[in-house]
Design a protein. Structure first.
Length: 228
């Protein structure tokens, strides 16, 4: 195995190559992110940090909620990564995401040329920078629910548009019916007026006929009385 020379500059990158014979020996070393040596990455007050659990300063094991960590914090140092600088968010070929400075230091350690989480072999040159303000691990079921709700919202919007169109048609028909009713009422009123006028004239004509007939009858009676 080639070991990198001891240097203080964290920005330099070194390639650590594992021998084929050492593959089995390194298999057990990949599960723990940090050791307890003074040369380890985070050997200060944070204690030993494991991917599947977190040790506090009092060496009490606390469960790690991946839903809160994924997409927000580097799984090595559990600090928020950045979109630039030493702790730039980056990923390995396997897809696991880390802070740049943390994964650099991890891969520089002897026998640690593997992904801290899946233990797949990788090198510093395999690191790829990511350019995003935030990376979040999506919940498949939650995503399906969101998509279902979005589809329902779109369907409701379409129904709302159709109802608006129908409402506009109904409004036009309603206005037409209102105008028709008003016209019928107006015609009915005019017909009543004409009927009243016609009835008045008819009464006057009939009264005139009656008066004329009565006058003729009186004259006939007077004529008879005078002659007889």
């Amino acid at each position: 195995m080639e070991l990198p020379p001891d240097r203080d500059d964290d920005d330099d990158m070194y390639i650590v190559e594992d021998d084929e014979d050492e593959g089995d020996e390194d298999e057990d070393e990949g599960g723990q992110l940090f050791g307890t040596n003074s040369n380890d990455i985070n050997s200060s007050s944070q204690g030993v940090v494991n991917v599947d659990g977190l040790l506090s300063n009092n060496d009490e094991t606390a469960p790690l909620n991946r839903g809160e960590v994924d997409g927000l914090f580097c799984p090595i140092c559990f600090e928020g990564w950045s979109s630039g600088g030493d702790h730039h968010v980056c990923c390995l070929p396997c897809g696991h995401i880390y802070g740049l400075s943390c994964i650099n230091k991890w891969l520089e350690r002897p026998g640690s040329s593997k992904c801290p989480q899946c233990k797949k072999k990788c090198r510093i040159k395999d690191i790829r920078l990511l350019y995003a303000t935030r990376v979040v691990a999506l919940d498949g079921e939650l995503q399906k629910k969101v998509q279902s709700l979005e589809a329902k919202c779109a369907s409701l919007e379409n129904q709302g548009v159709e109802l608006s169109k129908k409402e506009a048609v109904w409004k036009i028909k309603e206005d037409s019916y209102i105008k028709m009713i008003e016209s019928l009422k107006k015609n009915q009123l005019e017909a009543r007026k004409k009927m009243i006028v016609f009835q008045g004239r008819t009464r006057m004509w009939m009264q005139a006929q009656i008066d004329e007939h009565m006058t003729l009858m009186r004259e006939a009676c007077d004529f008879r009385s005078d002659n007889y």
